[in-house]
Design a protein around this ligand. Structure first.
Ligand code: UN1
Length: 476
C-alpha cells in the first residue's frame, strides 16, 4: 500500500483506495492509504504549523525545490506518462505530454519564485513612503479532478509553494497514482515537513473535512459545478479565499469561409481527444449552413477512422472513459439528446476489446437545437453536438447563449469575424483556428459566468490567488 504524506512522514492506514485501470478493470494499478477525518485534520494541523516558517523562506530555497521537482518530472516523463495513461485512460502520447506540461509548470514557477517583487509608490503625503508587496495566504487546500491527474495538481501546487504557502492536497480518488508520484518527488526534492501534505480519500470525508476547517485559508478547486458551489458556500462563513474552475459547454464556431480540413481537425481534437474529458472540450459545434453538410460528413468520416481502445496500445487514438459512472452519464446524455430529436450521426456505441474497459466510440449528434439539454449541460465525455446556424451573427449569439464561459473557438479565414469573435465572445479563453482545448502553461487559464469563480490560474497571474497584497507606509 502506498502511504499518504502528513507532516513530512509517510503514513499508512488499515484500508486503502484501489486504483483501477479503465482500459482493463482487472488491472489494479496500486492501493493507496485512505485518509479519514482524523488524518485530514492532522494534515491541516501540520500545514498550519509549517506555514509561518515557509512564508519566511527565501526565493532560492523555493526555486531549488521547484526546479528539482520539475527536472525529475521531465526526466521521468515516459514512466509517469505510462502510470497516468494506466490510471486515467488517456492515450500514452497525451499522457506523456501532460507529464511534460506538469514538469514545465514546476520550472516556470521555480523561475517565478526568483521574480517576486513589489512596488514603491509615491505617497500623497510628503515624507511618507509606500510599499506594495505580496505575502503568502497561509494554508492552501487543493482539491483536484481526475481528468488531468498530474497537470492540474502541478498548476495548483507549484504556485502555492512558489508564493510561500503550505499545502494540503486532495487528489481525485480515481487517480491517486500520479498524485502519489508527485508527493514522492516533492518530498525528495526537499519540501520541509508539513509544507506539503497528501491526503487521499473520498470527497465526502476528506474534502468535507477540508471545507469545514477554519485553518485552511484558501481553497483552489477544479471539478463539477455542484461541488464548486459547495466549496463556495462552505467557505463563506470563514470568508475564505476561493478559486473555482468548473464546467464548460464550449462552442467551436465554424464559418462558411473556414479551411475545412483545419476546422475538422480542430473539432475532432477539441471535442474527442483525451476522450472528450476536458472542461475545455468543444462540445458544441456551431456551424453555418453553407459548410454544414460538408463539415458534418468530414467529421463523421474522421471519427469512423479513429480507433478506440486500451490507452497503452500504440494503435489507439481514443482511450476509455474514466469509470463506470462517467460512461453511464455519457450514454444517458446520448439517449436524452436522441429523445429530444437529435440525430446520432456517428459512434456513441460501446466497443468491445480484448480487455474489459469503458470503451465508447466518439459520438457526433446532429440536427440539435440550442435549447436541448445536450447543448446546455456538460457531458464530460466523447460526445459533441452540431448546431446549424444561418450566419456569423447567429453563430456568435448561439456561442454565447450558455450559462458557461470557459473557452470558445472559431474557424474562419476572415480577419473581421476572427477579431469580432475575440472581442464579443463571453469566454475566458478564445481560440482562432485552434481547438478550444489544449492551452499553454505560462499564461492565465480560466473562464467567466458559471465556469469559473475567483482569479485566474497559471502564469504570473496565479499570484493573485496565492498571495495577499500588503500596503506598508513609512515616515522615516
Ligand atoms: C487544456 O485544455 O489544455 O479540467 C486544459 C480541465 C481543465 C484543463 C484543460 N481544467 O479540463
Amino acid at each position: 500500500m502506498k502511504p499518504m504524506l502528513i507532516g513530512g512522514e509517510w503514513v499508512t492506514t488499515s484500508h486503502g483506495v484501489e486504483n483501477i485501470n479503465p482500459s482493463d478493470i482487472s488491472d489494479v494499478v496500486d492501493i493507496y492509504a485512505q485518509a479519514g477525518r482524523a488524518e485530514t485534520q492532522q494534515a491541516i494541523a501540520a500545514a498550519q504549523a509549517a506555514a509561518p516558517q515557509w512564508a519566511l523562506s527565501g526565493p532560492q530555497e523555493r526555486h531549488d525545490i521547484l526546479h528539482r521537482a520539475g527536472d525529475e518530472i521531465l526526466a521521468r516523463k515516459q514512466e509517469l506518462g505510462e502510470l497516468l495513461a494506466r490510471e486515467e485512460g488517456k492515450v500514452l502520447p497525451e499522457a506523456i505530454a501532460e507529464v511534460q506540461r506538469a514538469g514545465q509548470i514546476f520550472l516556470f514557477f521555480a523561475a517565478e519564485a526568483l521574480r517576486q517583487r513589489g512596488e514603491i509608490v509615491a505617497s500623497v503625503r510628503p515624507g511618507v513612503g509606500v510599499e506594495v508587496t505580496r505575502e503568502p495566504v497561509g494554508v492552501v487546500g487543493i482539491i483536484a479532478p481526475w481528468n488531468f491527474p498530474i497537470a492540474i495538481p502541478a498548476w495548483k501546487i507549484a504556485p502555492a509553494l512558489c508564493y510561500g504557502n503550505a499545502v494540503v492536497f486532495k487528489p481525485a480518488e480515481l487517480v491517486p497514482g500520479s498524485a502519489w508520484a508527485l508527493a514522492d518527488i516533492l518530498h525528495r526534492a526537499g519540501v520541509p515537513a508539513g509544507v506539503f501534505n497528501l491526503v487521499i480519500g473520498a470527497g465526502s470525508v476528506v474534502g468535507q473535512t477540508m471545507l469545514d476547517d477554519e485553518r485552511i485559508d484558501a481553497i483552489t478547486f477544479t471539478g463539477s459545478q455542484a461541488t464548486g458551489a459547495r466549496v463556495a458556500s462552505a467557505s463563506l462563513p470563514f470568508m475564505r479565499k476561493i478559486q473555482l474552475e468548473m464546467g464548460g459547454k464550449n462552442p467551436l464556431v465554424v464559418l462558411d469561409d473556414a479551411d475545412l480540413d483545419l476546422a475538422v481537425q480542430c473539432a475532432v481534437d477539441g471535442a474527442f481527444f483525451s476522450t472528450g474529458q476536458r472542461c475545455t472540450a468543444s462540445s458544441r459545434l456551431v456551424v453555418t449552413q453553407g459548410i454544414h453538410d460538408r463539415f458534418v460528413s468530414a467529421v463523421a468520416e474522421r471519427l469512423a477512422s479513429l480507433r478506440v481502445g486500451h490507452a497503452l496500445d500504440a494503435a489507439t487514438h481514443i482511450g476509455p472513459v474514466a469509470d463506470a459512472a462517467q460512461l453511464a452519464q455519457d450514454l444517458d446524455y446520448i439517449a436524452i439528446a436522441r429523445s429530444q430529436g437529435a440525430h446520432l450521426r456517428q459512434g456513441g456505441e460501446l466497443v468491445r476489446r480484448e480487455t474489459e474497459g469503458y470503451f465508447l466510440s466518439p459520438a457526433l449528434l446532429t440536427e440539435t437545437l440550442p435549447a436541448m439539454r445536450i447543448n446546455c449541460e456538460e457531458v464530460f465525455g466523447p460526445v459533441a453536438s452540431v448546431i446549424r446556424v444561418r450566419d456569423y451573427e447567429e453563430a456568435l449569439f448561439v456561442a454565447n447563449d450558455t450559462e458557461f464561459g470557459l473557452s470558445a473557438g472559431i474557424c474562419t479565414t476572415s480577419l473581421k469575424y476572427a477579431n469580432d469573435f475575440k472581442r464579443k465572445s463571453q469566454a475566458g479563453m478564445v481560440m482562432v483556428n485552434l481547438p478550444t482545448a489544449g492551452v499553454d502553461y505560462h499564461v492565465p487559464f480560466g473562464g467567466r459566468k458559471a465556469s469559473s469563480h475567483g482569479s485566474r490560474e497559471q502564469g504570473s497571474h496565479a499570484a493573485e490567488f496565492f498571495t495577499i497584497v500588503k500596503t506598508a507606509y513609512t515616515a522615516a
